[in-house]
Write a protein that binds this ligand. Sequence first.
Ligand SMILES: [Zn+2]
Length: 290
Amino acid sequence: MRGIQTTIILVLNLLPSYLLRMDQVAIMYLLPQTSLEVGELIVVPNIDKMNWLMDNKKFERINSKLSFAVVGLTTSAYETINQISTETTYKWLQPSRKWYSQRLTVSRPQLKDASRLRLPTAVWNKVNDNNQIKLDREVMANVLSSYDDSDDLLKCMKHPLPSHRVSKFASPRYLPNGHAYYHTGVDLRAYSPTPLGAMADGKVVFADHMVTPGNLIVLSHGKGLFSRYMHLSTINVSVGDKVKAGQIVGLTGQTGRVEAPHLHWEIIWKGNHADPENFLLQWERTCDRS
Ligand SMILES: [Zn+2]
């Protein structure tokens, strides 16, 4: 992955300088200016009467002190540019007024360096139902567009499967038909059916079969955050069930578009895919242990 280029554009939105408060000036020193990676969790301090935004998606509160957002992974370009900005909630100013913004360029591997997936012919033939894939995508878009304002998210999380990583987040790949894309999650080794734990407290919002993911569980953890677990052999939960962090929700397997048995694990926040392992490491430092 190439180095990160960060450019700062300070936009004062033509505000008269006498309106600029010291806390707003201080924000420019609190932004994650040096460690931004594709799929990264960004954690920023809460500031009274101010909202943080990334590409117009509002950061969510972890606790009284911190808020978070996730840098996206789109498949349409080599790089994504995220605009991080703040807005004031002072009653005496327009609520949507942006005080300033910062543009960040996120580097990613190039698709031309993609490796080819060695899918068994039987699997490839089975997962070529393009009509059903389109229907699956529509169902999933609907599932992931829901928003749950629960406080489940504030708690600490757990790794879903104690196993080695066999494919990392955002690695470029291409299919036997030549279609290139970025890996939207992380693959964990699971040669035989292995119990899979929920990453965090939450609610089951999908538990069924789809063409590409195979048997799939989607959990909603509140405030726009979801986790997805794919290629399962067994699903032990149903839509609407409440789950606790570490609760066994199913067994790993090799259903859907797979080369070999493994768990494909994803974290998605408001449509942005996070790097799951990096997310968990950073979350550990900020979550509420009470
Ligand atoms: Zn995968």
